[in-house]
Design a protein around this ligand. Structure first.
Ligand SMILES: Nc1ncnc2c1ncn2[C@@H]1O[C@H](COP(=O)(O)OP(=O)(O)OP(=O)(O)O)[C@@H](O)[C@H]1O
Length: 710
């Protein structure tokens, strides 16, 4: 039996995304919600005497719940391992910003510092000190929100943190306060302020204030507190840094004072409201209802269950669905299993240690930072799948106690929604003769249902009058010849399943569909009028699916209510409830994705570099001036060799190791194709080791490789 068996049926493990002193961190998918999570896997034997560190981290994370802290979803302990399932921060390390830009503009640094300050003010208010603040422990989400991670060294004061003295020497020397490295008793909150000062300096100046390969010399520099002030720094930032990097902890600026500092509040009309936006007493009813249906419980029972805050699979599902809802994505669970408890490991996972979250805090909804608000506070919809989603049952849309949050969190098009659209098209790219008509136009719904393969003979009478077989309109109104439309184009609804490959011969990127490539049935998903898709006979194995897709995806509740076939019969789908339809659809999406993955030849997956559609929020990607991935890969290999770094080449990824006096560091560089600029890029990742060593190596490699990166 594998030590990972406990995850089977609940999480799908993917690649390793990080490693620390206490184990590795893997990317995974929470299967029930199809959401990405990070799983920190700690081997009990390997960790040995440091076992209490894990307990400390779990205890802290189950208590601390804040918008700028990576959230604990679930915790599993087996005989051999600990699995800590966390909110996944897909935006990489905040530190990668510095590598890309050398140093940040003050306004950019302020953006991140305000988020860090918000998290730290909250952590201290809960009686905790982090004690290991360093760039490696500040990650970013896709929306470029900062998340503090790694609470393994944190300390909890029995009483007030301000009066509680600590003596353990911990953290990374370059970020450690003078009183700490001198072995004096210290206060956790004061030591954290020092580390925040080092971090702010690193953001503004692109280097550390105190640096030396020799540990004794480094300690001496820290104790003296002398550092260089680059001339670009403004007076306000110098003043704040001096306050934070004050060697005498009694004279050091406090968190409360930092919150009021003019540099922090520059061009901000209000001070940071650092309270958490989460409240354990408010359970989102829409999400709970969804879970209740799946688990065949009443809403009241489900709310009670969630409120137990056991940090088991139930807690994880609740948090992940809530996150989806807040992102404006649809959050239906698939159809419930036919047999109760069909999932193999349910008892195992649900029986993971009961951890009561003490999320007691003073909820201040106005505590949401401006960074969490959208410009208009609403979700805009550009794709017509949005209309399908809008057609969801009222219950799923009804404003709940947390609706306020939802609107504030809503953004124009979440990645989930993007994925969803992709899945839908993936399903629809299968051989099909369903003619699509935008659900936007209710009159068309009926016609769509008629056009499903279930209804023979309806095709001619129900076809849209606006058919233009030779030329088709995209969602943006762009007119393209039908032939071109077979491939992915920016602006057309994209498909996650089908593979994007870089074609070396043409220097372009194209999409390969595992199933025969048909133009997406844009009528279903675009606000444009329906188009004719040449009718073909579906494969028998597909027919059932098509029928379901047509009836499930297309009809809105309104159309279902009034829908009858050309022959006067009520379509079978109309008997389904809209909620049920959504669930069936969710299940179908998952199946389609799995099928596409299975059918995509493995060779295609590895022969071409990964295609990245947009680098907008990707702080860890450098753009090169080259259009040849092979050349870029060869240049990188040359540099690793010149630098005498041991490296390993795996497909388009090269991982290299560098050692210096302070330790070792492993960097992974991946050659990717950047679709938006039609050129090759290099994606960086620190696999382990010191962030500044990583910075130095990346800068050197990118500078030496003759690629003109930006
Ligand atoms: N929630 C997350 N999302 C994405 N990546 C993560 C997440 N948590 C951790 N990682 C990655 O894994 C690395 C190691 O995680 P973490 O620092 O928690 O482990 P650790 O064993 O406690 O490390 P350390 O030895 O630095 O204390 C991080 O630097 C980061 O790259």
């Amino acid at each position: 039996m594998s030590s990972y068996d406990v995850l089977r049926g609940y999480y799908a493990l993917h690649e390793e995304i990080g490693a620390g002193g206490f184990g590795k961190v893997k990317l995974a998918t929470h299967l029930l919600t199809d959401q990405k999570v990070a799983i920190k896997i700690i081997d009990k034997k390997a960790i040995g005497r440091d076992l209490p560190r894990v307990k400390t981290e779990i205890d802290a994370l189950r208590s601390l719940s804040h918008q700028y802290i990576s959230r604990l979803y679930q915790y599993i302990e087996t005989e051999e391992k600990y699995f800590i399932i966390l909110e996944y921060c897909s935006g990489g390390e905040m530190f990668d910003y510095i590598i890309r830009k050398r140093r940040l503009e003050e306004s950019e640094a302020r953006h991140f510092f305000r988020q860090l300050l918000s998290a730290m003010a909250y952590i201290h208010s809960q009686g905790y000190a982090h004690r290991d603040l360093k760039p490696e422990n500040l990650l970013l989400t896709e929306e470029v929100h900062l998340k503090v991670i790694d609470f393994g060294l944190c300390a909890k004061a029995a009483g007030r943190l301000e009066t509680h003295h600590l003596e353990t020497l911990c953290g990374s020397p370059a970020y450690a306060a003078p009183e700490l490295i001198q072995g004096q008793l210290y206060k956790g909150n004061e030591a954290d302020v020092w580390s925040m000062g080092v971090l702010l300096y690193a953001l503004l100046c692109g280097q550390l204030p105190f640096e030396d390969d020799n540990m004794q010399l480094l300690y001496r520099k820290i104790a003296k507190g002398n550092y260089e002030e680059p001339k670009e720094l403004t007076q306000q930032s110098r003043d704040l840094l001096r306050g934070m990097l004050q060697t005498n902890p009694k004279e050091r600026i406090t968190i409360q004072e930092i919150l009021q500092h003019p540099w922090v509040n520059h061009k901000h009309s209000h001070q940071i409201k650092w309270n958490t936006i989460y409240d354990k007493n408010v359970i989102d009813e829409d999400v709970a209802r969804e879970m209740a249906f799946y688990h065949k419980m009443s809403l009241a029972q489900m709310i009670e269950k969630v409120k137990e805050w056991r940090f088991d699979y139930m807690t994880a599902t609740y948090f992940l669905l809530l996150q989806k809802k807040r992102q404006g994505a649809h959050y239906a669970l698939p159809m419930p299993p036919r047999v109760a408890g069909a999932s193999t490991n349910e008892s195992n996972v649900l029986a993971s240690p009961t951890i009561h979250a003490s999320l007691d805090n003073h909820l201040d909804r106005s505590g949401l930072e401006e960074e969490f608000e959208t410009s208009d506070g609403t979700s805009t919809s550009s794709g017509s799948v949005e209309h399908i989603l809008r057609d969801l049952p009222k219950a799923t849309r009804r404003a709940s106690a947390n609706e306020h949050d939802r609107v504030r969190f809503a953004k124009p098009r979440s990645p989930d929604r993007e994925k969803q659209i992709s899945y839908l098209n993936a399903v629809l790219n299968m051989e099909s003769h369903i003619t699509g008509i935008s659900p936007k136009n209710p009159k068309n719904h009926q016609r769509l249902l008629f056009d499903s393969p279930a209804v023979s003979g309806a095709q001619t009478t129900c076809k849209s009058a606006n058919n233009t077989p030779a030329r088709q309109k995209t969602r943006d109104g762009e007119v393209v010849p039908e032939k071109e439309n077979r491939y992915y184009r920016p602006g057309a609804a994209s498909v996650r399943g089908p593979l994007k490959v870089y074609a070396e011969d043409t220097g372009t990127c194209r999409t390969i569909y595992a199933t025969p490539c048909r133009p997406p049935l844009r009528g279903l998903f675009s606000p444009q009028k329906a188009e004719a898709v040449p009718r073909q006979r579906a494969r028998s194995s597909d027919r059932g699916t098509q029928k379901t897709v047509a009836s499930v995806a297309v009809g809105s509740p309104a159309s279902i209510g009034s829908g009858s076939n050309c022959d006067g019969r009520t379509p079978r789908s109309s008997t389904k409830t809209p909620r049920l339809r959504q669930r069936v659809f969710t299940s179908l999406e998952r199946k389609a994705e799995r099928m596409i993955n299975l059918l995509t030849p493995r060779k295609m997956k590895t022969d071409s570099p990964q295609v990245i559609r947009s680098t907008k929020n990707m702080v860890n990607v450098s753009v090169t001036s080259s259009s040849s991935p092979k050349r870029v890969r060869q240049e990188l290999v040359n540099v690793f060799e010149q630098q005498n770094m041991s490296f390993e080449l795996k497909g388009w990824k090269i991982s290299g190791q560098k050692k210096d006096a302070t330790g070792s560091m492993t960097v992974e560089l991946e050659v990717v194709f950047l679709e938006n600029c039609n050129t090759v890029g290099i994606k960086r990742k620190r696999l382990n080791g010191d962030a500044f060593l990583y910075k130095k190596v990346c800068e050197k490699v990118l500078q030496m490789a003759d690629l003109k990166t930006t």
